[in-house]
Design a binder for this molecule. Structure first.
Ligand SMILES: Cc1cc2nc3c(=O)[nH]c(=O)nc-3n(C[C@H](O)[C@H](O)[C@H](O)COP(=O)(O)OP(=O)(O)OC[C@H]3O[C@@H](n4cnc5c(N)ncnc54)[C@H](O)[C@@H]3O)c2cc1C
Length: 348
């Protein structure tokens, strides 16, 4: 028998959609992704991007404080190990994601730890196939597979993630280690300038490292970078290495000139990668309308509809603008309500 709703993806958008769909008696099935080496390497393991970070200071309802008692009473036996790891400083990304997952399963969401690798939206009910070969039919589908930040691919980047290396200024810029210290942003587009501008509120100097002698950013954004006295643009340069130690985290970077092969070092406590994101939409094989950058298109203003009736999208997979946990969760709620109303209108 076909499912009412199948949800693909396990970040804040997917779990929120599941909580709403489950409470509306739609008995959702959620594919949370597979535990594979490929997913680990590209940062798309179950529980999504937030599970890759330490403190989450901006998710409403989770101020700094000792959550041990709450975690112990909320999580199932299987996930109590998180209580022992709790840092008593507020909520960590993995804690928040496990709490969301728990809330969704409390209401009866069935979770499958596997990737969806193929979809058929031509026939109705829709058909989905997982990596492990499971086939599911569903009257409606919510796609919440998120996006992943692009990194340069340096070993030192991997080593200092959560210890000075970040791909999100809004998420991490206000952390104490970045305050009144020199910071580095890599990139030359609009989002790199935005990140540098945002970080200039916290850092003493923000070095914007760009491989060419002119920014790719729009004129107005490029001007904003040049007018900001705290932004120091390092033209014709690429980041060759991130420097630091396990105790101190990032302490600096080594840049290489793109003009003459010379290198130089800069002191910095943070290195922010602003070289774009990749939405997790490859498995859709072009079966839904996408933007030039392969994000899903929302086709009705203020709704989560996609180009196929009955298929909805939520979170970073369709949103390359806000990219926050709370906005992803918000659109997950919208997608569940949109799916519920669509199913009701069809009598399904
Ligand atoms: C290091 C870091 C720190 C961050 N810190 C913050 C912060 O402090 N505050 C904040 O608000 N935001 C933060 N963000 C941004 C935030 O994590 C994202 O905006 C949010 O997680 C997006 O949620 P999502 O539900 O759209 O998808 P994601 O979190 O991207 O999760 C989607 C998940 O779905 C699964 N999936 C993908 N493809 C498939 C498939 N084919 N089949 C099955 N499953 C699949 C994968 O497990 C994937 O990870 C941070 C991001 C990063 C990378």
């Amino acid at each position: 028998m076909a499912e009412h709703v199948a949800i693909i993806g396990s970040g804040p958008a997917g779990w929120t959609a599941a909580i709403y769909a489950a409470r509306a008696s739609l008995k959702p099935i959620l594919f949370e992704g597979a535990v594979t080496e490929e997913n680990r390497l590209q940062g798309t393991m179950p529980l999504g991007q937030l599970a890759l970070t330490t403190e989450v200071e901006n998710y409403p309802g989770f101020p700094a404080g000792d959550l041990s008692g709450f975690l112990a009473s909320s999580l199932s036996e299987e996930h109590r190990w998180l209580v022992d790891m709790h840092q008593k400083e507020g909520c960590s990304g993995p804690e928040l994601m496990h709490l969301m997952r728990q809330q969704a399963t409390n209401f009866g969401t069935r979770v499958v730890t596997d990737d969806i690798v193929e979809v058929d939206f031509d026939a109705h009910p829709f058909r989905l196939r997982s990596l492990g070969g499971q086939e599911v039919e569903a009257h409606s589908v919510i796609i919440s597979t998120g996006a992943r930040a692009n990194y340069l691919g340096l070993d030192s980047e991997e080593r200092f993630k959560n210890n000075g290396v970040s791909a999100c200024a809004v998420c991490d810029g206000a952390l104490p280690r970045f305050r009144d210290k020199p910071l580095v942003v890599v990139g030359g587009g609009d989002s790199a300038v935005e990140e540098a501008d945002y970080l200039s509120k916290f850092g003493s100097t923000v070095y914007l490292v760009h491989r060419r002698d002119a920014l790719r950013a729009s004129k107005i954004m490029a001007q904003r970078a040049e007018d900001n006295p705290k932004i120091d643009i390092q033209w014709n340069s690429v980041l060759e290495e991130i420097l630091g130690s396990d105790e101190a985290g990032v302490t600096g970077v080594r840049l290489k000139s793109t003009v003459d092969d010379s290198t130089r070092e800069l002191e910095a406590t943070g290195a922010f990668m602003a070289i774009g994101h990749t939405p997790n939409t490859l498995f859709l094989n072009g079966k839904l309308a996408m933007t030039e950058k392969k994000y899903l298109k929302w086709t009705v203003p203020f709704r989560t509809n996609t180009s196929v009736e009955g298929v909805f999208a939520a979170g970073d997979v369709a949103d390359d603008y806000y990219r926050q946990a709370v906005t992803a969760a918000g659109s997950g709620c919208m997608a569940a309500l949109d799916a519920e109303r669509w199913l009701a209108a069809k009598g399904l």
